[in-house]
Design a protein around this ligand. Structure first.
Ligand code: PLP
Length: 385
């Protein structure tokens, strides 16, 4: 089908909740995508940090192929090996507690909110401005952005949004607080790294008042910042993390991963999801985790990130660069949406604008030096206009 036909179908049959670019992709491999006319694109966005290992990573594809013809779905009324192995691996790779599976980042945060409220009945949830935790009602209530929340009021009660500072957190967390939910690096609002001081203060206040500290690692986890989990670089141990996006190597899965303290809060019947932890997705996630956990890959993320960050700062119209590893944003002195559009349509480079002057880059973790050089040339031309 041509792009024009797809656009016609969209107009007549698709609820218009997305503003799509006029590009139809038909194939992906590694850092590259191809449109229906055979044009090749460099993907420095990874489907918003999902295809972290590149498109159709052979190890993930092989795991899915091997599982999909054997057993696709049973529900969580029964055992399957991939889900149990994945839970064991995820807990061992992080906080050492237990895992609840779901299908997306928003659902992982819903699970965290429910878990924290069950652990401390009736308790409040504290979040910070600039956060994005998802679009379902609980996750949306934890996402203090007027444009996203206002049309859907009333939201879930008991959520408190404060400034992302240590002082504000210290005074907001009290004996009524059940949960403090934080992205160590805020992704959707433009790659803002929360300070170590803020995270330490959150940890201390949560300990003092018996609240759960949960890090939303949906975007910054799974190797994106140069360690498997972003919290590893902070010196703060959360009580749980939420993961999704890259967890399934390109397929949909989410997870709440706890430390031992919160591991047995849910009892049978408290929470669930029909598709959660299905064998095909779990097999894909195991393969993705094997690959992402390789120290050489993570070392590569740190090295590529340092190089890319330095080179971005030299490009025209780039005022500053922030982020960690391969989760980077450039502040521009020209409109970022226009640069994004030019990069995509004229240079065939995929990046995105998270704000009027903010450009976000999330290239694959295994991006090569040559691909980075190529991306920089294309972005430089898009910036120059
Ligand atoms: N949390 C963070 C930090 C995210 O970046 C996102 C999505 O961008 C979500 C949660 C929601 O994830 P999903 O779109 O899979 O529901």
């Amino acid at each position: 089908m041509t792009l024009a036909t797809l656009q016609e179908i969209e107009r007549s049959s698709v609820i218009p909740s997305y503003a799509r670019f006029p590009v139809e992709f038909v194939r992906g491999e590694g850092t590259r995508l191809w449109d229906e006319q055979g044009n090749e694109y460099l993907d420095f966005l990874c489907g918003i940090s999902v295809t972290n290992l590149g498109h159709c990573h052979p190890r993930v594809v092989e795991a899915v192929r091997a599982q999909v013809g054997v057993l696709m779905h049973t529900s969580n009324l029964f055992y399957t090996e991939p889900a149990m192995r994945l839970a064991e691996r995820l807990a061992a790779s992080s906080l050492g507690g237990k895992v609840f599976f779901c299908n997306s980042g928003a659902e992982a945060n819903e699970a965290a909110i429910k878990l924290a409220r069950k652990a401390k009945p009736g308790g409040d949830v504290v979040v910070v401005h600039g956060a994005f935790h998802g679009r379902t009602y609980g996750a949306l209530s934890a996402t203090p952005q007027e444009s996203k929340q206002a049309p859907f009021a009333p939201l879930v009660p008991g959520f408190k949004a404060i400034a992302p500072t240590a002082e504000a957190l210290a005074s907001a967390i009290d004996e009524r607080t059940a949960l403090v939910l934080l992205e160590p690096i805020q992704g959707e609002t433009g790659v803002h790294v929360l300070s170590e001081e803020l995270l330490l203060c959150a940890r201390e206040a949560c300990d003092a008042h018996g609240a759960a500290l949960v890090f939303d690692e949906v975007q910054c986890g799974m190797g994106r910042t140069g360690t498997l989990w972003a919290y590893e670089q902070t010196g703060v141990l959360p009580d749980a993390i939420t993961a999704a996006k890259a967890l399934g190597g390109g397929l949909p899965i989410g997870a709440l991963i706890t430390a031992p303290r919160l591991a047995d809060v849910f009892a049978p019947g408290d929470h669930g999801s029909t598709f959660a932890g299905g064998p095909v997705i779990a097999a894909a996630a195991l393969a993705a985790l094997d690959e992402t956990g390789e120290e050489a890959l993570l070392e590569g993320v740190r090295a590529s990130g340092t190089f890319l960050r330095g080179a971005l700062a030299e490009l025209p119209h780039v005022i500053s660069v922030r982020g960690a590893g391969l989760m980077l944003a450039c502040e521009l002195d020209v409109p970022a949406p226009e640069v994004t559009r030019r990069a995509l349509l004229a240079e065939r480079l995929i990046v995105n604008a998270t704000g009027p002057t903010t450009l976000r880059l999330l290239p694959p973790l295994n991006v090569s030096e040559q691909e980075i050089q190529e991306g920089l040339i294309r972005l430089g031309r898009a910036l120059a206009g």
